[in-house]
Design a protein around this ligand. Structure first.
Ligand code: BLA
Length: 241
């Protein structure tokens, strides 16, 4: 059900950037499972280009049981711009959750003025998708902007409202990066390296998907997928579960 989202993202990436395919570690690029009620497949894609050091997206298709489109786009370390984060989930008919955000690396006023406030007009066009749901796994004040789209919704709304919102957020994200000035001072660049690494660490430790990956593909595969592909700059905690 999220395939039109993937197609839009792919087309728009290829039209606007000079993409280069990035290898995905052996065995993590795709997997299939017969463990659940219906067969599940997971497949991922990864690219880079001068503006973005890592562009990744993953599609999980387990029929009615689960449809997921997840994507994270990391700017090159010479840009302090937010990370584009997309998480579109559907479990059965009842639970559809959509999250789209420009995920800020810093929270100071200057950064917020530069990168978060410009999202406001766009955000206001999709007020129905900005639900104050409260987060169980993540902290809304860390790596989320106040203009994130976060909604529990239904199939009809996904097609009629979420797809145009997604297209709007994605194309405005391209516009933001195209206007950004690359950092030249090595210590400024180093600060971005660290901030993006912290984002990976935070995300790997909180990721609510580990259980989902684990139930379909086993805990060892789930760990590798998380630490060797999704959030590869995170270091696994010494104490494991
Ligand atoms: C929630 N994301 C979730 C949930 C799952 C995933 C299973 C919990 C749904 C629930 O039962 O409430 C799934 N997360 C994934 C998958 C991947 C993943 C499949 O990383 C990887 C393939 N999540 C992101 C990104 C954002 C994000 C980039 O990966 C940012 C836009 C947001 N996901 C996000 C939020 C929630 C969520 C805000 C709600 C979590 C909460 O309540 O704290």
């Amino acid at each position: 059900m999220y395939k039109p989202f993937q197609r839009y993202l792919e087309r728009s990436l290829f039209e606007n950037f000079d993409l280069q395919s990035e290898p995905i570690p052996q065995g993590l690029d795709r997997n299939t499972s017969e463990r659940g009620k219906s067969p599940a497949t997971i497949q991922s894609w990864c690219y880079r280009c001068p503006e973005f050091r890592k562009i990744r997206y993953t599609y999980i298709d387990a029929g009615e049981a689960a449809q997921v489109f997840n994507s994270v786009i990391y700017p090159d370390h010479h840009y302090d711009a937010p990370i584009l984060g997309i998480d579109l989930l559907s479990f059965g008919k009842k639970k559809i959750l959509v999250v789209i955000d420009f995920q800020p690396l810093f929270r100071d006023n200057a950064y917020t003025e530069r990168y978060v406030e410009p999202m406001r007009d766009m955000y206001e066009r999709y007020g129905d998708l900005a639900q104050d749901l409260g987060m169980k796994f993540y902290d809304a004040n860390q790596y989320f902007s106040k203009y994130l789209l976060f909604a529990k919704t239904d199939l009809e709304t996904v097609e009629r409202r979420v797809l145009p919102a997604f297209q709007d957020y994605v194309s405005s994200y391209w516009e933001m990066i195209s206007k950004a000035t690359p950092l030249t001072n090595p210590s400024d660049v180093q600060r971005i390296v660290q901030a993006q690494k912290d984002y990976d660490q935070y995300s790997a430790e909180r990721d609510p998907a580990h259980g989902l990956f684990s139930s379909y593909f086993g805990p060892a595969w789930a760990d590798r997928f998380l630490y060797d592909f999704l959030f590869e700059d995170a270091v696994p905690l010494a104490v494991s579960h």
